[in-house]
Design a protein around this ligand. Structure first.
Ligand code: BES
Ligand code: ZN
Ligand code: ZN
Length: 460
C-alpha cells in the first residue's frame, strides 16, 4: 500500500474522520453514535462516503489504541471495497501509530489463492499539517519489513529450506548493504557445531549458519541477534501429533526476524554495530535422525543428553550463542526463538516471554514493549531450574524436570548454560510470532512480532 501525506483532504473512496467521545453533531445523535473507542459510523454525505471513527475519551488515547482502531478502519474499508482512503487524524501526535495500524492491518498472505478476494487497499492519504518526514519514512520502512518477515514465515517450508533460506538471506543482505557469510556443513563440522549438526541429521538439507554484520557505530559495543531457524519442526523421532505439526513451517520466525532486523538497521542507517546469526536446519524424521538418549558434544564443549528430539530449538541456539561470544566477540546478545509451546500456557499470545541474566536489559525491553505494543513479560531464571537440567550421562539434558512444568523457563535455563556472563536476553516468541486468527493489526499466520520491539530498543 502506498502512503502519502497531504496538507488537506483529497478525494478518495472513503474519507475517515476521527471523532472523540462526547462530540455532538446531529448526525451522530440520529444514529446514536457516541464515538466510543473503536466504534464506527459509515454514512454518505453529498455523494461522499465517510467513516467516522470513534476514538473514545481523548485522555484515554494511546498509540496502541490508535493502531487497533485503524485495524477496524482497514477491515471496514475492505468490506466496502474501497481502494483508497483519506484519513484525518484528530491529533498529529498519533500519526505514526496511524501508519502502523493501517500498514500492519492491510496485509494478507494470498500468494496461494487463485482468487485474490482478500486484496486490500492500494493507497492511504493522511492529512498532516507538519509531517515529520524522517520519522514517518522510518515507521513505514519498519512496517514494510514486518510484512517482509510475515511473508517469510508464511511461506511453504520447502521453498525456504535451510539452503534456500540462507541464499535468500545473502541476497537480502547484498541489497541492504549488510555483510553476509554462510558457514557450510564442512565448516560447522570443523568448528564442532555438534548440536546443530545432530538436529539436522534427519534432513535432506545440510544445516546453514548465516552470519550477517552491520557496522553503523563507533567501535566498542557489538550486539548479536541470534535467531532460531528451524524451517520445519516435525519433532523428529519424538514426532509431533496432528494439531501441533501443521504450523511448524513457522518455526523459523526467530531467524526471519533477525534477517528483518539486519535489513532494517542498515536501511535506516542506525548508528549501531550489530551482528545477526541465523541457525538454519530442519528437524525431520528419518533413518539418520538423531535419537532420544543420544549424548552430543556442543560447540562450547559441554555435552548434552537428548531427552526429547522435539526440544531442538535450544540445541541449535546453544551452538549459535556460544559461537557469537567466542568467534564474533558479541558484548550483548538477544536471541529470538519460537522455543516452547509452554509460553502460550503462561502468557497467551498477549506477550512475548522474556528471560535474561541482566535486570537492566529486562527494563529496557519492557519499555520498548510498551511503546510498540509488542509486550514482553519476564519469567524467572532461578538457579534451582539449572539444577533440573543436569544430565545423568552427559553434562546437561535438553528438557527440565518432568518435561511438563515450567517449560519456557527450562528452555531458557538451558540456553543460559551457553552464554556465561555475557548480558543476554532470550525472547520466546512461540505464541506471538504466529496467530491462528487475527487480533487487531496482527494478521493471521506469521505476525512479524519482535521486529518493531527490537527496532525500538535499538533506537533507544
Ligand atoms: N517449535 C516448538 C515450539 C512451538 C510450539 C512453537 C508451538 C510454536 C508453536 C519447539 O521446538 C518444541 O517442540 N518445544 C517443545 C519442548 C518440549 C519437548 C520440552 C514443546 O513446546 O512442547
Ligand atoms: Zn520442537
Ligand atoms: Zn521447534
Amino acid at each position: 500500500m502506498k502512503i502519502e501525506f497531504v496538507k488537506q483532504e483529497k478525494g478518495s473512496d472513503l474519507a475517515v474522520y476521527e471523532v472523540a467521545e462526547g462530540t455532538r453533531r446531529n448526525i451522530f445523535d440520529a444514529f446514536d453514535f457516541k464515538a466510543e473507542f473503536n466504534t464506527t459510523l459509515i454514512v454518505t454525505e453529498e455523494d461522499k462516503r465517510i467513516l467516522y471513527l470513534g476514538i473514545g475519551k481523548e485522555k484515554e488515547l494511546s498509540e496502541e489504541r490508535i493502531r487497533r482502531a485503524y485495524s477496524t478502519v482497514i477491515n471496514q474499508a475492505v468490506a466496502l471495497k474501497a481502494k483508497s482512503i483519506c484519513i484525518q487524524p484528530l491529533s498529529e501526535k498519533y500519526a505514526g501509530a496511524v501508519i502502523e495500524g493501517i500498514l500492519l492491518s492491510n496485509y494478507s498472505f494470498d500468494k496461494y489463492k487463485t482468487k485474490k478476494e482478500e486484496k486490500k487497499l492500494d493507497t492511504a492519504a493522511i492529512v498532516v499539517r507538519n509531517p515529520d518526514a524522517k520519522k514517518f519514512s522510518e515507521t513505514i520502512r519498519i512496517c514494510q519489513n514486518v510484512l517482509f518477515v510475515r511473508d517469510l514465515v508464511n511461506e511453504n517450508s520447502e521453498l525456504k529450506n535451510p539452503v534456500a533460506f540462507a541464499k535468500f538471506a545473502e541476497e537480502t543482505c547484498k541489497n541492504a548493504g549488510v555483510k553476509c557469510r554462510i558457514l557450510q556443513k564442512s565448516e560447522l563440522e570443523k568448528h564442532g557445531f555438534g548440536l546443530l549438526l545432530a538436529v539436522s541429521r534427519g534432513s535432506n538439507y545440510p544445516p546453514q549458519l548465516v552470519v550477517m554484520e552491520y557496522h553503523g557505530g563507533k567501535a566498542g559495543e557489538k550486539i548479536a541477534f541470534v535467531g532460531k531457524g528451524i524451517t520445519f519442526d516435525s519433532g523428529g523421532l519424538n514426532l509431533k501429533p496432528t494439531g501441533y505439526i501443521e504450523t511448524m513451517r513457522g518455526d523459523m520466525a526467530g531467524a526471519a526476524t533477525v534477517l528483518g532486523i539486519m535489513k532494517t538497521a542498515a536501511e535506516l542507517e542506525l548508528p549501531v554495530n550489530i551482528v545477526g546469526v541465523m541457525a538454519l536446519c530442519e528437524n525431520m524424521i528419518g533413518p539418520s535422525s538423531y535419537k532420544p538418549g543420544d549424548s552430543v558434544k556442543s560447540y562450547k564443549g559441554k555435552t548434552v543428553e537428548i531427552a526429547n528430539t522435539d526440544a531442538e530449538g535450544r540445541l541449535i541456539l546453544a551452538d549459535a550463542l556460544a559461537f557469537s561470544i567466542k568467534e564474533l566477540k558479541a558484548t550483548k546478545i538477544v536471541d529470538l526463538a519460537t522455543l516452547t509451546g509452554a509460553v502460550r500456557v503462561a502468557l497467551g499470545d498477549y506477550a512475548t516471554g522474556l528471560l535474561t541474566n541482566n535486570a537492566e536489559l529486562a527494563k529496557q525491553f519492557e519499555k520498548a514493549g510498551e511503546k510498540t505494543g509488542e509486550l514482553v513479560w519476564q519469567l524467572p531464571l532461578w538457579d534451582d531450574f539449572s539444577e533440573d537440567i543436569k544430565g545423568s550421562i552427559a553434562d546437561l539434558k535438553n528438557i527440565g524436570g518432568d518435561g511438563k512444568s515450567a517449560g519456557t523457563i527450562y528452555g531458557a535455563a538451558f540456553l543460559k548454560e551457553f552464554v556465561d556472563k555475557t548480558p543476554w536476553v532470550h525472547l520466546d516468541i512461540a505464541a506471538t510470532a504466529w496467530y491462528d486468527k487475527p487480533r487487531y493489526y496482527m494478521t493471521k499466520g506469521g505476525t512479524g512480532a519482535g521486529l518493531r520491539l527490537i527496532m525500538e530498543w535499538l533506537k533507544r
